[in-house]
Every structure is written in structure tokens, then in C-alpha cells.
Design a protein around this ligand. Structure first.
Ligand code: ZN
Length: 350
């Protein structure tokens, strides 16, 4: 794949050189084009026909992280090694190749995915909405776990919880002289654990809260600390959503003297509700591979979260191989098959 080679040679860490990526793809596809720029991030939409079926990929990659020659692609048999080969210039190249064979489709090329998508997919969705150009469905060619044999149709949202337990502090020789934030934290942990142990199943995995940081800025071993800081990582589904988690936490914290917390949503959950899209992809996958792909909602969020309120969304892509790590790579034969699945899914869906 010549296009993939060229894409991998462009350093796109932090969405830099987006204009070079777009120029390269423009040369390949020759379709009506809209450029959506946001704070220096270049995004583009290519349109054929009415643009009913969307294919979307991000070109930005995570930093090389001490990997020399990360932007000098190296081929070994069926594998091509370079930063972004797997996540997700491989999938992007497959989407471009598929788009060339479609006649009622949108090709959506975005940056900023690795940083949350607020300068990438988010403004693109707003642009498409304003112009009444939103497609019926969008397929994201992100790498998906399960050796590429899974189709992702949802993901839980992410919320960070940071909190503090304050006390007046005191001498450890008189334990009852002051509330001890460490013991209050123990009570908090137990209450949180029992509150979430029966979080209901939904279409997405159950809501979870995981303690991640706990610290007391206490320098002396014989002092009851006056402050404890804690964080939780929360993954929420559509039933026990962010608001429900906040309510539970506030109730528990209300019972603990001197405790408070702040909540920040990193990204919302998404859930595809276009069953026809799922069937089209599953049947197309079976046509090409001779076996069934499983639908999954496991793993983190993606640009799909921005499109999900307006159209069908699904993610299908190559196997994960050293993603975000040194020697990230992608299988060329998997990309060839992926392109075929995309074309066949389009034929079944549109
Ligand atoms: Zn990605």
C-alpha cells in the first residue's frame, strides 16, 4: 500500500502536518471537499453523491516516545512498522481505498483524536450538522481488540473523581483528639465498593469506580493527618450514568465529616442503535472472512462518541499490535480484507 507508506512518513504527532495528510488523500480520491479547521488542526470531509455512508479515520498519532525512525516505515513480510501504523493510519488508508470504490459516501479525515477530538471530530460533526450533510452511519476503522474479529458498537464514558478529606489534625498519641482522614477514607472505600457492587448490566458493561490515587501530605509519623487526597477513575454506562454516580458519591461523602469531591467528565459513553449497520458489517465480515465477528462494547471511547447522537456508528479495524508502543505495526493483508469488508458493508447498507 503506497498510500499507507506515504501517510506513515508524515510526522503527525499532536495533529501536526494535517494539511500534508489532506493533500495526499485529496490526490487519491478526487471528490468534493470541505476543510474544517479548528485551532490549527486541519480536518477534511470528502463527499461522493449525497454522502449517505461515512468512513472516518484520524491521522494524529501519539509521540514516538524514544523510538528512533518511528516515521521511517519498515516492512517485514506482511507487517509494516511505524508510529501510527496500527492506530490508525492503517485503518485510514483502508478507508481511503474503500471510499474510492463507493459512490454515495463521505470520507472524514480528522486530527486531535488522541487528545479527545474537540478540535477534530467534534467541529466536523457541527459542520456537517449545519450543512445537513450528516451521513446515515459512520464506520471508524480504529484498531479493535480480538484480532480484528470484533465490531465495536459502544463504549462506556469516562469520569475523573478527585476528592479531599480535611480534619484539624492532632497528635497520634491521642487518636480520639481529631477525626483521622485515613480512617474516614477507609469508610468511604467500603461504602463506594458496596454501592457499586450491584451496578446493573446494560448494553454496555456495568458502571465501575476504581480508586487510583490516595495520599496524605503528612511528614511526621506521630501526627494525625489534616488532609487526605483521593481520586477514582469512573467508567459509566447509560443506566448508571455520570449523574447517578455523582449522586451516589455525594450521598456517601455527606456522611463523612470534612469530605468533598469534584467530578469531571472526560468523555461521554456512546451506543450504536442502528441494527441495520451492525447486520451489514457482520454479514460483510462473514463474506470476506468466512466467520462471524462478535459485537463488543469493551474498550475506551473514540471519535464515535461525537457522531452517535445523530447516526449509526461502529468501529472495525485491524488487530492491535504494539499500539502506542515501540514497534507499532499493522498487517497489510488485514488492511486489504478490511477494505473489502467496508465496500461490501456499504453495498448491503446503502
Ligand atoms: Zn485511534
Amino acid at each position: 500500500m503506497n498510500l499507507l507508506q506515504k501517510l506513515l512518513e508524515i510526522d503527525t504527532v499532536d495533529s501536526r502536518n494535517g494539511e500534508k495528510v489532506v493533500a495526499l488523500i485529496r490526490e487519491e480520491v478526487g471528490a468534493e471537499e470541505f476543510v474544517v479547521e479548528c485551532d490549527g488542526v486541519v480536518n477534511a470531509v470528502f463527499k461522493k453523491g449525497r454522502g449517505a455512508f461515512g468512513l472516518c479515520g484520524h491521522y494524529d498519532v501519539v509521540p514516538a516516545g524514544g523510538w528512533d525512525n518511528a516515521f521511517k516505515p519498515r516492512r517485514e513480510g506482511d507487517l509494516i512498522y511505524a508510529r501510527g501504523a496500527c492506530d490508525m493510519k492503517g485503518g485510514l488508508a483502508a478507508a481511503v481505498e474503500a471510499f474510492k470504490e463507493l459512490d454515495d459516501a463521505l470520507l472524514i479525515v480528522v486530527g486531535d483524536e488522541e487528545k479527545g477530538g474537540y478540535k477534530g471530530a467534534f467541529p466536523v460533526v457541527n459542520f456537517l450538522k449545519k450543512r445537513s450533510l450528516l451521513p446515515k452511519a459512520v464506520v471508524f476503522t480504529e484498531p479493535v481488540s480480538g484480532c480484528g474479529k470484533k465490531i465495536k458498537v459502544g463504549a462506556r464514558g469516562v469520569m475523573e473523581i478527585e476528592g479531599w478529606i480535611e480534619s484539624k489534625g492532632g497528635h497520634a498519641s491521642r487518636p480520639s483528639s481529631a477525626p483521622n482522614p485515613i480512617l474516614l477514607y477507609k469508610a468511604l472505600l467500603e461504602e463506594v465498593e458496596s454501592s457499586f457492587s450491584n451496578a446493573p448490566n446494560s448494553n454496555l458493561p456495568p458502571t465501575t469506580v476504581t480508586p487510583t490515587i490516595v495520599e496524605t501530605p503528612n511528614l511526621a509519623r506521630n501526627v494525625i493527618p489534616s488532609l487526605l487526597r483521593f481520586t477514582f477513575d469512573c467508567r459509566f454506562n447509560e443506566v448508571w450514568d455520570a449523574e447517578k454516580v455523582k449522586r451516589i458519591f455525594k450521598k456517601v461523602l455527606g456522611r463523612l465529616k470534612g469530605a468533598r469531591a469534584e467530578f469531571s467528565i472526560v468523555c461521554d459513553y456512546y451506543l450504536n442503535n442502528d441494527k441495520r449497520l451492525e447486520a451489514a458489517l457482520q454479514n460483510a465480515f462473514e463474506d470476506v472472512h468466512g466467520e462471524k465477528a462478535l459485537l463488543t462494547c469493551e474498550g475506551g471511547s473514540s471519535d464515535a462518541v461525537f457522531f452517535a447522537p445523530y447516526c449509526g456508528v461502529a468501529e472495525i479495524g485491524p488487530s492491535i499490535r504494539n499500539m502506542h508502543a515501540k514497534d507499532e505495526c499493522v498487517s497489510l493483508s488485514e488492511l486489504k480484507a478490511l477494505k473489502e469488508v467496508l465496500v461490501r458493508a456499504y453495498e448491503r447498507y446503502v
